[in-house]
Structures are given as C-alpha cells and as structure tokens.
Design a protein around this ligand. Structure first.
Ligand SMILES: N[C@@H](CCC(=O)N[C@@H](CS)C(=O)NCC(=O)O)C(=O)O
Length: 215
C-alpha cells in the first residue's frame, strides 16, 4: 500500500493518486505541533519537511519527484505525455516550474508573513521571492493565452503542479486569482479527482474552507 505522509504539497501527490486511481493511505503530519514530536516521520525524513511517500521499499521526498516516480512506476498515463510527444517539452517545463519557480518562491513569502517575528516580516528576501513568483507566473499567463492547460490541449501532471502553486498563493498569501488564471484553477478543480483529493486531505480542506474551488 502506498502511504503519503503529510499534506501541504502532499495535496499534489494525493490528487495524482486520485487521477490515476491508485489505492493509498494518507498519514497526517502536524508541522505546527512540532515535527520533533513525530519520530516515525523523522525516521523517514530527518529533514522534517512534508510530503514523504513510502511505497514498499521506496521512501521519497519532493512532491514533483514523487509524482514522476508514481507516473513512471504505475503508468503509462495520459497525465504524462511521452518524450516524443510535441506536448512533452511544455509538460516537463511546467511540471518543474510549478514547484521550483512558483510554490518554492511563494512559500518564503508565506512563512515570512505568517511565522516571522513582527519586525522581520517585511524583508528583502520575501520581496524578492514574491518578484520571482510573479515573473514565473507570467509564463503561466502566456501559456493560458495559447492553450487551456500547461502542456496544451490536455490536462496533465504539470497542471497538478502549477494549479496547486496558484492555490497556495491565493489561499495563504491572498494573491487574487483573476481572468485566465481564475478560469484555469476553476477548470482543473472541477475534476472529480481534485474533489476526491480535497475530501481526503482534511487539513487542506479545513484551511481552505469555503474558499476551496468547487465547494
Ligand atoms: N520542494 C518540496 C517542498 C516541501 C516543503 O517545503 N514543504 C513544506 C510544507 S508544504 C514544509 O514541510 N515546510 C517545513 C520545513 O521546510 O521545515 C516539495 O515539493 O515537496
């Protein structure tokens, strides 16, 4: 049985598992309660961040790497175009841009706003991270002017990567979703697998509340 540890970016992994129809178990990890109180999880990921995945003998971290593993191990799936497919370069680019360009940047804006001591909330690093997020978002906006999804005409795992980052920025940072981005997030969130993932991810659902798309 596949076990996903922790929500946060683990929502991407759960969403992918729902899209692929793979059975899994979600085991919560409460970072706010202090990961040092969760020795079982620290045994899997001594660095203490979520999500982690355990599948038989395989233990992994990094949500995008985990998605690539699941696709390679349990695919093929239409969620990932093959390398010779003309959609593949855009797929690969946006799969990674969703984390490396978008979520990883906005995360430091969020933790600065929510967790930094009062006098350190407005800092150069957080402002730069927001600038990086906004510049990478420009690539998403340009793609949405050309096609309904990140890889073109079909929904793929690149949309799981990018749409999660847009939702994270919206929910945690009040970055308004407008126009094509709003329509895009609403479109992917109407997928049954997204709604099943939201049902499974209690912490995410509790956090997003009524603002969760499709609720
Ligand atoms: N690039 C990683 C980011 C993981 C990450 O930063 N997770 C956050 C919550 S969503 C976390 O665990 N933060 C606590 C920490 O980094 O110590 C991924 O995509 O899985």
């Amino acid at each position: 049985m596949i076990t996903v540890y922790g929500e946060g970016r683990g929502f991407r992994v759960v969403w992918l598992l729902e899209e692929m129809g793979l059975p899994y178990r979600l085991r919560g990890v409460d970072l706010l309660a202090g990961v040092e109180n969760d020795p079982e999880f620290l045994g899997l990921n001594p660095a203490g961040f979520i999500p982690a995945l355990v599948d038989g003998d395989a233990t992994m971290v990094e949500s995008i790497a985990i998605m690539e593993y699941l696709i390679a191990r349990y695919g093929p799936t239409p969620l990932a175009p093959a390398p010779h497919d003309p959609a593949f370069p855009a797929y690969q680019q946006f799969l990674h841009l969703g984390e490396a360009g978008l979520a990883a940047s906005i995360y430091f804006v969020i933790v600065s706003q929510m967790l930094a001591p009062e006098g350190e909330r407005q800092n150069w690093g957080a402002r730069k991270a927001l600038e990086v997020y906004e510049s990478r978002l420009g690539l998403v906006t340009r793609q949405l002017a050309r096609a309904p999804y990140m890889a073109g005409e079909s929904f793929t795992a690149a949309d799981i990567s990018v749409a999660y980052a847009l939702l994270l920025a919206h929910m945690a940072c009040n970055i308004t979703l407008e126009g094509a981005e709003r329509a895009y997030v609403d479109r992917v969130a109407r997928r049954e697998a997204f709604q099943r993932a939201l049902d499974a991810c209690h912490a995410t659902r509790g956090w997003w509340g009524d603002r969760a798309p499709g609720r």
